[in-house]
Write a protein that binds this ligand. Structure first.
Ligand SMILES: [Zn+2]
Ligand SMILES: [Zn+2]
Length: 162
């Protein structure tokens, strides 16, 4: 399930190239970085570095772990990806061209449900203005068990009683 995309002025590739060129020591946009950016931005997903390394391999794209980790950090720095702490592992998702949203994370099956809440956004805006705090974004992660896992547990409990 994906939320509708937000229109953006630049393609992810152009935005990343601009970021690299704007560094105090400008960096080259390499073919491997291009492959990674195209792969990550082809579809909205929540992934960690290990999942991405596997996916790239399956897609026939070979790059070192170091390159993948380094490029992910640069994409976060460029404001294109955001980090999500869903548990012990750090996940990423693309932020550029994707609307603000929150997450429900199932501790049993790992399912991630995205939702948008204007009420939460409004509340946070109020809190920030009370503190004269200038926000650059937020991440809300709600942990628990999803409907399907709850049903499975209820069924198991019923069976245990028979
Ligand atoms: Zn679940
Ligand atoms: Zn998300």
């Amino acid at each position: 399930m994906s939320l509708p995309a937000v229109p953006v002025a630049q393609s992810p590739e152009d935005k990343f190239r601009e970021y690299l060129a704007s560094r105090s020591r400008p960096q080259r946009y390499t073919g491997q970085q291009r492959d990674l950016v195209r792969h990550v931005f082809a579809q909205h997903n929540h992934f960690d570095a290990e999942i991405l390394i596997d996916d790239l391999k399956k897609a026939g794209l070979h790059m070192s772990r170091a390159t993948v980790y380094r490029t992910l950090n640069k994409l976060v720095d460029a404001g294109m990806l955001r980090r999500l702490e869903f548990g012990p592992r750090t996940f990423f998702e693309h932020d550029y061209g994707y609307p603000q949203h929150e997450h429900l994370v199932c501790a049993r099956c790992g399912r991630i449900i995205e939702f948008q809440s204007p009420a939460i956004d409004a509340q946070l805006r109020d809190v920030c203005s009370q503190h004269q705090f200038q926000t650059s974004g937020h991440t809300l992660v709600v942990r628990g068990t999803c409907a399907e896992c709850n049903r499975a547990r209820a069924t198991k409990r019923r069976l245990d009683l028979i």
